[in-house]
Design a protein around this ligand. Structure first.
Ligand SMILES: Nc1ncnc2c1ncn2[C@@H]1O[C@H](COP(=O)(O)OP(=O)(O)OP(=O)(O)O)[C@@H](O)[C@H]1O
Length: 349
């Protein structure tokens, strides 16, 4: 492999994968990736994983019922479920400040097995921040993140790696500029698996085909369009070590996956997000592993096409949640203003 430079511009330096097998990405990677020296292994902290609990089938996903209550009468919705056995991720009263800027001020929500959740809200309200906290790249100042019922302590660490994989697909695609598409997509496997280079290469080709890309394996990221880069990033997030006996389920976090794309390219990505979730199997035919996903987006088409349930973040809190179809019909003044783009209303710029 050649040396790697990393192109994440917005959301931080880590592609969300975890690596334990050393491969020669060159000195440049040290500038961008975080290493853990442990048990003689060199781990690139690019992903987060969490403790195993038990397997949950999609049949166990319970329906969602909403009841409205708030100071405006319909501001936030309380979600009622029969039990929490299907909760994969829970943020409980999470706070986060950057200096004097108090961004998150008590964010609470649950992501259940089988859910396709969108996080929306005005710019700067902390949507990307909450994704990074879930991914374990940022620690909350206060409050807790539970992964399959177990509290995560601070940032993601080696002790937590098993049971649930959490992948973050960056807005910028965050590909290594100096690695080929094949090396980018297979990065985790080259570093971390027992698979041969030939096996990885074959799997990369199959995974790229699954996201609609053929014959681009030897290209560099600079030779791809924005939409292709996003698809390569998606392929990198869904590829996994098929030599393992069992593959842990994964929750994928997408940060503005369709930002900057034309309407048709957006539709392609939106449908891919859906398909890798619902397809039920990976490129090798093993059982599906994308248990749930969370999409931060500003795009109406993405809201309508790629997610089922929405969380509306405003002034540091979840101020509304509901099913996608409730979004456009909601009488909530914040939601109405946001959906219509009206300058008048409770959201101030
Ligand atoms: N590492 C950081 N250091 C300082 N401030 C930060 C950091 N990360 C985020 N912020 C600030 O926190 C606020 C929330 O940022 P975040 O990216 O989470 O917002 P967002 O809701 O995703 O915005 P947008 O919709 O515009 O992408 C912004 O004011 C941002 O400048």
């Amino acid at each position: 492999m050649t040396s790697a430079t990393f192109s994440s511009s917005l959301l931080g330096p880590f592609p969300v994968v975890t690596s334990t097998r050393h491969c020669d990405l060159g000195k440049e990677r040290n500038k961008f990736c975080c290493f853990n020296e442990k048990k003689g292994q060199r781990n690139v902290i690019c992903a987060c994983m969490a403790p195993p609990t038990r397997n949950l089938g999609r049949d166990e996903f319970h329906g969602t019922k909403f009841t409205e209550s708030s100071k405006y009468g319909n501001f936030s919705k309380e979600v009622k479920h029969e039990n929490d056995s299907d909760v994969l991720i829970e943020c409980r009263n999470v706070y986060k400040s950057f200096g004097e800027k108090h961004i998150l001020r008590g964010v609470s929500f649950k992501i259940r097995h089988g859910e396709a959740v969108g996080i929306i809200g005005p710019s700067g309200t902390g949507k990307s921040t909450i994704l990074k906290i879930i991914a374990g790249l940022l620690a909350p100042d206060k409050g807790e993140v539970y992964i399959r019922g177990k509290k995560r302590m601070g940032l993601i660490g080696d002790d937590e790696i098993s049971g649930l994989r959490i992948g973050l697909v960056f807005q910028s695609a965050a590909l290594f500029d100096s690695l080929t598409v094949r090396e980018n997509v297979g990065f985790l496997l080259y570093e971390n698996s027992c698979m041969s280079d030939e096996q990885i290469s074959q799997l990369v080709t199959e995974t790229l085909a699954a996201v609609g890309l053929k014959g681009v394996e030897e290209r560099l990221p600079s030779e791809l369009s924005g939409g292709m880069k996003k698809r390569v990033a998606l392929a990198r997030s869904i590829i996994c070590d098929i030599s393992k006996e069992s593959i842990e389920p994964e929750v994928l976090l997408y940060d503005e996956p369709t930002a900057g794309l034309d309407p048709i390219a957006s539709t392609v990505v939106e449908d891919l997000i859906r398909s890798v979730h619902t397809k039920g199997e990976d490129a090798s035919g093993k059982q599906g592993k994308i248990a749930s996903y969370v999409v931060v987006t500003h795009q109406h088409s993405t809201i309508l096409r790629a997610v089922d349930r929405l969380l509306f973040l405003h002034e540091g809190k979840v101020v509304w949640q509901g099913m996608t179809e409730e979004f456009t019909t909601s009488t909530n003044p914040i939601v109405r203003q946001f959906a219509s783009g009206n300058l008048d209303g409770p959201i101030r710029y």
